[in-house]
Design a protein around this ligand. Structure first.
Ligand code: GLC
Length: 631
C-alpha cells in the first residue's frame, strides 16, 4: 500500500477559499460526479470566490516522476513538516524499539526485521545481563507486542507520501480482499490511539484532516443524498492516470459512504468516532490547534447537526437502520441500538468540550446539553437490567394508558428470554441492546456496554455491575478469546428471520456471537476507569496465548471462541492495534484518562431530580437546577 514517492507524480488541483484552505481532492475520471467544492458551499450559504490553482501543470514540468508535491493536511495549518518521506516510519520503528527497551533504538529481538526467529539469533549474540532482561520481557509477552508493532507499522497507508491511516487487514496471501484493503474510520480508532499513546501524532492529525475533507463530498445512491455531515465508512488511496498525460499518475482519496458497501448502509458511527479521536488527539498531544481550526469546528458542527436534527422520534436516542455501526450487516439492531447511543453520548460529551463558544453555536451547545441529560436518563432508566429489574419486568402490568404508566413501552413480560432468566448473575447487570415500543432486545452487546462505562453514560454503580457481569460470565463472554461481540447468538428460526439467513452471521460466528479481539482495548479503558485493571490483565493473558500463532484474526467462532472465524481476515489491523492499546494502557494507566469522560455533575443532578421529584424540589429550592428537562 505504501506510496513510492520517487516513481509517482502526485498532482494537485485545489481550490483556495478564505478563510478555509480547501480540499485535497482532485478532479479525475474516477470521481468526476463528485463535488469539488462541497466543503466551501457547506460552510457558507454564499459562494466563495474560488481561485483555482492547478499545481499538476507545475509539477509535470518541474518534478515529473521525482517527487510528490501533494498538499499535506498539516500544510493547511501552515505547520512546517520538512521531514522526508519514509522518515516517519523509521522514527516510529525506532521509538517502538525504544519503548520496548532495546539498546541503541534497535530491537534486541528482531523488531526491525519483524521476525521472532531472527530475534533468537540476535539474542544469542547479546551479553548476559541483556539476555536476562530480554528473557523477562518475553515472559511478559513482549514478543507478541513487538510483532504487533511491526504489523501495525506495515499496515500504514500513505497519501502523497504522508501517513493517513491503516489498512483494515494486511494478509498478503488473501486473494479476495473485498474492501479490507481500505482505511476504515472505525477500524483506525485503535490504531490512532496506539500511535497517540506512543507520542506519534502526525498520522492521527493527517487522518483527522483528510477524513474531514471527505465529509463534505456529494454522495448519492440512486439520486438520493444522505445528510451533509456524514463521514465515510472507509476510504482508499487510488493511483490513477493523470488526465491528459499517459506517463503520469496521481493519487486520489476515494471514500465509501455506504454507496458501495454491502447492504448500502450509512455508517452512523464514523462521525461519532471521528469526534472521539479528535478529542483524544488534543488530550494526548496537547496540540489544541487542530480542534480549534475553523474547518474542524465546522466539521464537528455538521456531525452534530445531523445527530441532533428533529425527527418524528419520541426518544432522545438516535434512530438508525440495521448495520450502521461495527455490526454492519443485518443483525436486528435497527432502531436505537446501544452501541450507537453510547458513541453518540460520548461524541456529544467530547464535542461539548471542544466547541468554541461563539454566537452562532449557542443553540447547538444548548441542544447538546439537553440531549446529554435526556439521553443519559433514558438509557440508565430504561436500558438497564439486573435481577431486581428483571423481576419488575416479569411482574409488569401491560396496556397502561396514562402519563404515569410504569410500563411505559408496553413490554410484555413473556419477552424475557428463558436464557436470561438463568444467565443473569445475582451480582451484576447490563444495558440491553435496544429498546422500542413493546420490544426489549435483551442481548448483551459488548461494545455498547463498555463504551457506556468509558463515556460515563452508565452510572458508577451500573459500570461496576457491568464489569461484575463480565467477570461472572467469563466463560461465555471471554472464554478462549476476548470478547464476544454479543451474547447469545441468534439461532434457528430467529437467525433465519432476523439475519435473513445470512451465511456469514451463522450462530456463534462473526457478528452473531463471534469473538472479536479488537474489543480488548475498550475493555481495558473501561476496567482502568473503574479501577479494576486486573480484569483486563486477565483478558490479555488469554489473548497472548494464541493471537500471534493464529495470525491476528479479525474474529473467532464457536461458543467458546475455539476456532479462527470461518471467513475471518488474518492480520486484521484493529485486532493488532486493540491489543497494543490495551498493553500500553496497562503499562501506563494514567494515559487512559485521555480516552474517557468523567461524569458531568450537572447531569448527575438532573438525573437525580428526574428519578426523585422530592430531591428535585429540594435542589430547585437551593437554585441548583435551573432548567426543566422534558424526556
Ligand atoms: C467488517 C466489520 C466492520 C469493520 C470492517 C473492516 O465489515 O463488521 O465493523 O469495520 O469489517 O474491518
Amino acid at each position: 500500500m505504501s506510496f513510492n514517492a520517487t516513481t509517482k507524480l502526485c498532482a494537485q488541483h485545489f481550490y483556495t477559499t478564505s478563510p478555509f484552505t480547501s480540499p485535497l481532492r482532485k478532479s479525475t475520471k474516477v470521481d468526476q460526479k463528485r463535488s469539488l467544492h462541497a466543503r466551501s458551499w457547506l460552510i457558507s450559504e454564499k459562494p466563495h470566490n474560488f481561485t483555482k490553482i492547478n499545481l499538476s501543470q507545475l509539477f509535470q514540468t518541474r518534478n515529473r516522476f521525482t517527487e510528490c508535491h501533494c498538499q499535506r493536511a498539516g500544510d493547511i495549518t501552515n505547520l512546517s513538516h520538512d521531514e522526508t518521506n519514509g522518515t516517519w516510519v523509521k522514527d516510529a520503528m525506532n521509538k517502538a524499539s525504544q519503548v520496548l527497551g532495546s539498546p541503541n533504538g534497535k530491537s534486541a529481538i528482531g523488531f526491525e526485521n519483524g521476525s521472532a526467529k531472527h530475534g533468537e539469533e540476535t539474542m544469542r549474540a547479546m551479553p548476559e545481563p541483556a539476555k536476562d532482561l530480554q528473557t523477562k520481557k518475553r515472559r511478559e509477552g513482549s514478543l507478541v507486542e513487538e510483532e504487533a508493532w511491526r504489523l501495525l507499522i506495515e499496515s500504514m497507508v500513505y497519501y502523497c507520501g504522508s501517513p493517513v491511516g491503516t489498512i483494515a487487514a494486511n494478509d498478503p496471501l488473501d486473494s479476495n480482499k473485498l474492501n479490507y484493503d481500505q482505511v476504515f474510520i472505525r477500524d483506525f480508532i485503535p490504531s490512532g490511539i496506539a500511535f497517540l499513546l506512543k507520542g506519534e501524532y502526525e498520522i492521527v492529525r493527517n487522518f483527522i484532516l483528510h477524513t474531514l475533507q471527505l465529509q463534505s463530498w456529494e454522495k448519492t445512491m440512486d439520486c438520493h443524498s444522505p445528510g451533509q455531515g456524514l463521514m465515510p465508512a472507509s476510504f482508499k488511496v487510488r493511483t490513477v492516470p493523470l488526465d491528459g498525460d499517459e506517463n503520469a499518475t496521481e493519487e486520489v482519496l476515494d471514500p465509501d459512504f455506504g454507496e458501495a458497501a454491502i447492504g448500502r448502509v450509512a455508517p452512523v458511527d464514523s462521525g461519532l468516532w471521528w469526534i472521539i479521536l479528535l478529542r483524544a488527539y488534543g488530550k494526548c498531544s496537547g496540540d489544541l490547534s487542530v480542534q480549534e481550526r475553523i474547518d474542524v469546528q465546522t466539521g464537528i458542527k455538521m456531525i452534530l447537526k445531523l445527530c441532533l436534527a428533529d425527527g418524528f422520534d419520541m426518544f432522545p436516542t438516535l434512530l438508525v437502520t440495521d448495520g450502521s455501526c461495527m455490526i454492519d450487516r443485518r443483525m436486528g439492531i435497527h432502531g436505537h441500538p446501544l452501541e450507537i447511543q453510547a458513541l453518540y453520548y460520548s461524541a456529544l460529551m467530547c464535542a461539548r468540550e471542544m466547541l468554541t463558544p461563539e454566537d452562532g453555536s449557542a443553540d447547538l451547545i444548548r441542544a447538546m446539553h439537553n440531549r446529554l441529560i435526556a439521553l443519559s436518563f433514558h438509557i440508565r432508566e430504561y436500558y438497564w437490567v439486573d435481577m431486581k429489574k428483571l423481576n419488575e419486568i416479569y411482574r409488569y402490568k401491560t396496556e397502561e394508558y396514562s402519563y404515569d404508566a410504569v410500563n411505559k413501552f408496553n413490554i410484555y413480560p413473556d419477552q424475557i428470554p428463558s436464557w436470561l432468566v438463568d444467565w443473569m448473575p445475582p451480582k451484576g447487570g447490563f444495558l440491553i441492546g435496544n429498546l422500542q415500543p413493546a420490544h426489549m432486545d435483551f442481548r448483551f452487546f459488548s461494545l455498547g456496554n463498555l463504551w457506556s462505562i468509558v463515556s460515563s453514560l452508565a452510572t458508577t454503580n451500573q459500570s461496576h455491575a457491568i464489569l461484575d457481569l463480565i467477570e461472572a460470565k467469563w466463560s461465555d463472554l471471554v472464554a478462549g478469546m476476548p470478547l464476544k461481540i454479543c451474547y447469545p447468538a441468534l439461532e434457528g428460526q430467529e437467525w433465519r428471520i432476523i439475519t435473513g439467513s445470512d451465511p456469514k452471521n451463522t450462530p456463534w460466528s462473526y457478528h452473531n456471537g463471534g469473538s472479536w479481539p479488537t474489543l480488548l482495548w475498550q475493555l481495558t479503558v473501561a476496567c482502568i476507569k473503574m479501577n479494576r485493571p486486573e480484569i483486563a490483565e486477565r483478558a490479555i493473558e488469554v489473548v497472548e496465548k494464541r493471537i500471534s500463532a493464529d495470525k491476528w484474526p479479525e474474529y473467532y467462532d464457536t461458543k467458546s471462541a475455539r476456532f479462527i472465524g470461518k471467513q475471518a481476515r488474518l492480520y486484521q489491523t484493529w485486532s493488532i492495534a486493540g491489543y497494543l492499546v490495551a498493553k500500553l494502557l496497562l503499562q501506563n494507566p494514567e494515559l487512559a484518562k485521555t480516552l474517557w469522560s468523567e461524569e458531568d455533575p450537572e447531569i448527575i443532578n438532573a438525573f437525580n431530580c428526574m428519578i426523585d421529584p422530592a430531591n428535585a424540589r429540594r435542589k430547585r429550592g437551593r437554585k441548583v437546577l435551573k432548567k426543566t428537562y422534558i424526556i
